[in-house]
Design a protein around this ligand. Structure first.
Ligand code: CP
Length: 358
């Protein structure tokens, strides 16, 4: 079993993403993550186990007996939520997931309120959290910081797991987990997720949720991926390289209506102008053909679904919100259940929860 304590940082950083997977696993549990940093850590077996565990937690949380049992699992653990980028859903759903499992939590949501303001490095700040907490859930604008901190903590005298709650433009693995969970649930009674067409639309260049979900979908046979975006924001080559290497069918398109009519799931995203290189750069891009409204709803197949990682602006018209195919509100709530499952699994409680009441 590969260990982060047996590889130096430079060598680890240079590994292809899939080769990093064994280093991030829990050496004591089969196919179970310890640090969760990359979509590349998840295969179909693990995704389906997480979905089953999330379903189980969802069901147990409905009864007082089940909810109290879940709460009794991790009261001896504390989680630190370190979010140096804005967040509503990812922050709150991780917080709620911790509450469901009985973990207590602390948070920093603005580096200006921590000793980073006095010049402490981000690395030292995170090392400090590990003195008081048993898990760090972190969102940062810096690509690779979560990986670096996972390596550093694993090589410290206080190793604790790190969950990447969004890093730079590159990865948002727990969002991809809730997206896959939503897709699995949506198609469970309709023949399953394999052989579906999933269309991504919006800012595909800078959307980390797209990069992570596109990868996770490659775990399911026969899924065709369609990328619809203005040419300035089309899906980057590194995403397509992975699809080509895995023999996944994909298409680049500029015609949302045509793509919608052929899709099982349409995954809309907002323009990520926080990553603009110059002020107003995104506003100069013509995006009017890349919005989902009443006309697109009419074209969506009867069993199709509309997804969005949220927050949205105007890329999905609010008139779509009450259509039964609009899945984005349920998708958001699914985040709480799948993140509960991930945290429970990380601390080794998968079997115990799955056996509850058996
Ligand atoms: N989907 C998502 O990451 O939302 P927040 O930025 O609100 O966490």
């Amino acid at each position: 079993m590969a260990k982060l304590t047996e590889i130096d940082w430079d060598a680890f950083e240079k590994l292809p993403l899939e080769a990093k997977r064994p280093y991030l696993a829990n050496p004591e549990l089969p196919n179970t993550p310890y640090h969760t940093l990359l979509a590349q850590q998840f295969d179909r077996d693990l995704l389906e186990r997480l979905a089953a565990l999330a379903n189980r937690i969802r069901f147990m949380a409905k009864s007082k007996e089940g909810a109290l049992y879940l709460k009794s699992l991790l009261p001896h653990k504390r989680a630190m939520l370190y979010f140096s980028q804005p967040s509503s859903r990812t922050f709150l759903s991780h917080l709620a997931a911790c509450q469901i499992l009985g973990l207590t939590t602390g948070s920093v949501r603005d580096a200006a309120t921590s000793s980073e303001f006095k010049g402490e490095s981000r690395e030292d700040s995170i090392r400090t959290f590990s003195s008081y907490f048993d898990m760090i859930i972190m969102r940062t604008p810096e690509k690779g910081l979560a990986e670096q901190m996972a390596w550093e903590l694993s090589n410290s005298d206080r190793p604790i797991p790190i969950l990447n709650a969004g890093s730079g433009k590159d990865q948002h693995p727990t969002q991809a987990l809730l997206d896959i969970y939503t897709l699995l649930r949506s198609f469970a009674a309709k023949g399953g997720l394999c052989n579906r067409t999933v269309t991504f639309c919006g800012d595909l260049l800078r959307g980390r949720t797209v990069r992570s979900l596109s990868y996770l979908l490659t775990n399911f046979d026969g899924i065709r991926q369609v990328f619809v975006a203005p040419k300035e924001l089309q899906v980057p080559e590194d995403v397509l390289d992975i699809l080509r290497a895995k023999g996944v069918q994909y298409a680049i398109s500029y015609n949302l209506r045509e793509a919608v009519s052929l899709s099982d799931a349409v995954y809309m995203t907002r323009i990520q102008d926080e990553w603009d290189n110059s002020k107003g750069e995104s506003a100069r891009i013509d995006t009017h053909l890349f919005k989902f409204g009443e006309d697109e709803l009419k074209l969506l197949p009867r069993d199709g679904i509309i997804m969005h990682p949220l927050p949205r602006r105007d890329e999905i018209a609010t008139c779509c919100d009450h259509d039964p195919r609009a899945m984005y509100w349920r998708q958001m709530r699914n985040g709480m259940w799948i993140r509960s499952a991930l945290i429970a699994m990380t601390f080794g409680f998968e079997k115990q929860i799955m056996c509850f009441g058996a």
